[in-house]
Write a protein that binds this ligand. Structure first.
Ligand SMILES: *[C@@H]1O[C@H](CO)[C@@H](O)[C@H](O)[C@H]1NC(C)=O
Ligand SMILES: *[C@@H]1O[C@H](CO)[C@@H](O)[C@H](O)[C@H]1NC(C)=O
Length: 604
């Protein structure tokens, strides 16, 4: 085991000698930084052929990525494995991610395979275990239990999403602040929960999940085209559930649908996903209606006040039901009809100061509005170019997108292994904090791949998201960040969805939510040019225990969620699915010792 890094030791013992309420506890100081620059093993990406479900099912190799957004080192206590060629786990330093590798020997073993990795959070009494076990016969044989019962954060059994891909665990918080992990979603209004932490940060220093083609959570066929669920649906859950799953930036493409015989009539405003909205012949389909979206947003903000929600509204043209005659440009009447739908959204923010880019306003400028209920910002970026067509209605909170400076980076790559380095390069090229060097825009990282129509139809956009793409955000993406380098919006397909076609709210998983919370709480807070006060995870006095933590305590849960959805809220303390009670003779320990006879599992 490696020696304790000096700074971690300092954090663990600081309370004994630093003055409580002294300056050291309120001011961010470079010497407090815990972020580790230790190199991690390079992350692997799912090879293309494993997307084929038949090939993927035969794979015996997969990964468990652990993301550490805490000021403590996560230390490996030990591992054991049986029937495995590779069982490679290791420490996860502060601010880093480790993609741990599991590879079965030969083919599948049904009854006697075992593999567990035991971890503890350095300098605390918290521990957790990762328990790998296969179940044959079963349609979902490859599983891992993330057992965080030793942190009071429950246990959850996950099925690996596909061949050679990862299940991810994101942990944030601290011993002082309290911990949270990605097994379950926290409160819907996560921004309000960390109001004390982010209120003074300009919006361009926030980090938030975003939803790509957000309204394409279903296929509604309001236009006649070949867009199908496989190649045109980008999300598994509605805008309401995407909001609950943490999304705050919505890429929404809206068009009006017109009868083939009458461009003057409008069959309503619908989300569209088209190959090219301006093309003579458009290929694609429609998703949610604007009416549905309005009521979903209103439901969310009524239940979860205090957030900043961005709607980037694109397209803004009409198409015929049979979309083969080019776009119908909106005239003033159609645009006003659209605006009056938008006025149905509650908690809009009219009459904002437009002399300053919205990205430069502190978060509190928006979060405090509407009596503390926050802002739904409507930002238009479509084809509103006609004579006399309004481009905004600032009194109603409808703004041109140019009111906020954004850089929207799309890689346009089919493979996650090509997309990831391209995205990381973009956010590494901009500096966060540091006076005039500070990057002035909101950087949208499109963490998604763009398969061609043939590949997306064959393998589905959902598989591309859940197998090669989303899991790589937690390994490659996180290791491309540090306190000076990160994107603002993590734009993703299938937000909240961890497992193919499992779209019910209680089947979702909170990796993206917890990542965003942790990047704001931990990573950005370690940059003293972004965060002038002491990191919320290191404070001791007064306000150090944020509302996040108090709310988490109120929601304390140490149950078990099984892969089939069965949930036990109060399991007996001895119930640990996937745990090997006996380590058989032939079991390999992580110090490469091979057991010559069977022993009882020595770990608690
Ligand atoms: C779900 O899995 C648990 C644990 O394996 C099992 O006890 C339970 O019977 C299963 N429920 C269903 C409905 O299959
Ligand atoms: C390996 O670990 C086991 C269990 O902790 C221990 O008993 C054994 O002595 C270790 N072997 C070596 C070579 O360090």
């Amino acid at each position: 085991m490696k020696a304790l890094p000096f700074l971690t030791a300092l954090v663990a013992t600081a309370s004994s000698w630093l003055p409580v309420n002294g300056q050291a506890d309120t001011v961010c100081q470079a010497a407090d930084r815990t972020f580790s620059t230790e190199a991690m093993p390079a992350s692997n990406f799912q090879p293309y052929d494993k997307l084929n479900p038949i090939v993927g099912k035969l794979s015996t190799k997969f990964y468990i990525t652990v993301v550490n957004l805490t000021p403590h080192r996560i230390k490996l206590d030990g591992t054991h494995s049986y029937q495995m060629d590779t069982f490679d786990f290791g420490d996860v330093p502060q601010g880093r991610a480790r993609q741990n590798t599991v590879k079965y020997r030969g083919t599948w073993y049904t009854r006697d395979d075992a593999g567990e990795a035991y971890y503890r959070i350095d300098g605390t009494d918290k521990q957790f275990a990762l328990r790998v076990k296969s179940y044959i016969p079963s349609s979902d044989p490859r599983r891992v239990v993330l057992d965080l019962s030793g942190m009071g954060l429950g246990q959850r059994e996950y099925v690996f999403p596909g061949g050679d891909t990862a299940v991810s665990l994101v942990i944030t918080g601290s011993a002082r602040f309290g911990f949270r992990a990605s097994l379950r979603h926290g409160p819907g209004n996560w921004m309000r929960g960390m109001y004390d932490v982010i209120r003074d940060r300009p919006v361009r220093h926030l980090i938030m999940p975003g939803s790509h083609d957000a309204g394409m959570s279903k296929i509604t066929s309001k236009i006649v085209s070949i867009g199908s669920e496989e190649n045109t649906q980008n999300q598994g859950v509605s805008i309401y559930d995407q909001l609950r799953a943490g999304s705050r930036w919505f890429d929404l493409r809206i068009g009006s649908v017109h009868p083939n015989s009458d461009a003057g009539r409008n069959n309503g405003f619908w989300v569209m996903h088209l190959s090219d909205e301006m093309a003579t012949l458009a290929i694609g389909n429609t998703g949610e209606s604007l009416d549905e979206i309005v009521s979903e947003v209103n439901r969310f903000t009524a239940e979860n006040p205090g957030e900043i929600i961005f709607f980037s509204l694109r397209y803004l043209v009409g198409r015929y039901e049979f979309p083969d005659r080019g776009p119908i440009l909106w005239d003033a009447a159609l645009t006003n009809a659209f605006f009056s739908k938008l006025r149905g959204i509650n908690n809009r923010c009219g009459n904002l100061d437009t002399s300053t880019g919205f990205q430069n306003q502190p978060a509190s400028y928006f979060m405090d509005r509407n009596g503390g209920k926050g802002c739904v910002l409507l930002l238009l970026t479509g084809h509103l170019d006609g004579e006399g067509v309004p481009r905004e209605a600032t009194a109603d909170g409808i703004y041109d997108i140019s009111r906020i400076n954004i850089q929207d980076h799309w890689s346009n790559k089919m493979q996650a292994s090509d997309m990831a380095p391209d995205q990381i390069k973009t956010w590494r090229s901009v500096q966060r904090g540091g006076g005039s060097a500070d990057y002035g825009s909101l950087l949208i990282a499109q963490w998604l791949v763009t398969p061609d129509a043939l590949a997306s139809t064959a393998y589905t956009l959902q598989s591309f998201a859940l197998e090669p793409t989303n899991p790589s955000l937690y390994s490659a993406g996180v290791n491309g960040m540090d306190p000076e380098h990160w994107p603002n919006v993590l734009l993703a397909d299938y937000v909240g969805v961890q497992r193919q076609d499992e779209w019910a709210w209680d089947r979702l998983s909170a990796e993206l939510y917890t990542l965003a919370v942790g990047l704001n709480l931990y990573l950005a807070s370690e940059n003293c040019d972004v965060n002038t006060r002491r990191s919320p995870l290191l404070r001791r006095s007064g306000e150090e225990k944020g509302t996040v933590h108090r709310r988490e305590e109120a929601l304390a849960w140490n149950g078990i969620i099984f892969a089939n959805g069965t949930t036990i809220d109060a399991p007996p303390p001895t119930l640990h699915p996937g745990r090997a009670e006996v380590l058989r003779s032939g079991t390999v320990l992580n110090n490469r010792t091979v057991l010559e006879e069977s022993i009882a599992n020595p770990w608690p």
